[in-house]
Design a protein around this ligand. Sequence first.
Ligand code: ASP
Length: 476
Amino acid sequence: MTEKNPGDRRMPLHTKILIGLAIGAALGLFANYIASVYPDPPAVQADPPNVEKAQADRRNADKGRFSVPKFVKNVAEDWAKPIGRVFLRLVIMVVVPLVFSALVLGILELGDIRQLGRVGLKTLGYTMILSFMSVFIGVGLVNLIRPGASLSPEQQEKLTAPYAAAAGDAEAKAAKSKALKDTLLDMLPENPLQEMVGAIDGSSPGNGMLAVMIFALIIGGALTVTPERTGVLIQLLQGLFDVCMTVISFAMRLAPFCVGCLVFAITATIGFDAVAMLIRFVVTVVLGLALQMFVVYSVMLIVVARIPPKQFFRQTSEAIFTAFGTSSSNATLPTSLRVAREELKLRPDVSQFVLTVGSMANQNGTALFEGTVVLFLAQVFGVELTLIQQVTVVMMSVLAGIGTAGVPGGSIPMIIIVLKSVGVPGEGIGIILGVDRILDMCRTTLNVTGDLVLAACVSRSEDRRLGQPIPETAQG
Ligand code: ASP
């Protein structure tokens, strides 16, 4: 979504967003400082019979007086936040059709489910294992480090007061949480349209967005085995997907200003602790990505692909750096295909299939990031998630990893939808958007490396099954 045309000399969008973040944060910190230097007079202290009179005297005295903390609060609540929300609304308005069309098209990429055969099933199996592993790592770390739980009760109260009603709803929903069997059954929607209608405000009878995602998977699977005339439907879905992405690119143009406003609202309310919290969040995400990349992938390479990890990382470095530089799995696909064929010497038929599907569906870095962001923001806003809600976040993050477009910032709409589904205010995204580009570079690196690991595992296991010799370079 922030891709640049070659030869375009304008400042890249992500740089503008970073500048918006820096200006918003600097102004917010300044406003927070000024409000602390000129506080309101302390609350009225009087004995019970005199309290009312003392309060009335205080109100009269306050009448003409300019209150700096009140002014800062008004600017944050009545100006900065609504402007920031324009960006969020533009994204949210297209998120349901976007998720639906992206997932159906993602499944179509896999091809006829009857023809999928062994290679397809292996790809699907390893994709699931790798995606769940990455989300568990992210969710585990965020529960362990608790990067969003560092605010004092007063700061959290200030930050969450405007969302008290939404938080109340979320708690009520959590309290009413259903038995596991009902939660699982509700993933299969009885009325998908009703689920779609209630997916954003959480009023759907079943699992909302998760049910919509499962519906999309079923329609996608069915489409692959429905004869030719479904071509029109596929074109329609592709058109729907493209137009939603265009709306999101409109929203992204407003992002620098809107993100600045959202960050202003947060830093003006809680001050420097917001910046410290953000740094802890970045460290948590990078640590999670590194664990998946160097521990989980190494184990898979040794056990399944039987390639020494050091050699694998050396041979795939070109694709790894391209992913880091472009923040786009799609843009890195040609390099990955070349690396798989020429460096790793994988079977071309298998690696082409796995890498093409993987660039769309096997997005481990994105899945890890989405799970981590949602739990982090839940901590920031003091929303306690039940075990079932955390499981929902994990499932949605895995599916969102499949539905996320392999372009820069592709996961932002998905994150907003997962946030909404567990009752965390979507505005929270403003906290992380400013640092999104650098994290996007890191998670895309993991996405692409994960695709190559997947291709190596499937291809080598096919070689072994067919009794074919393992190529020289792959043996180290
Ligand atoms: N930029 C990522 C990719 O292309 C998607 C995302 O997580 O935003 O793989």
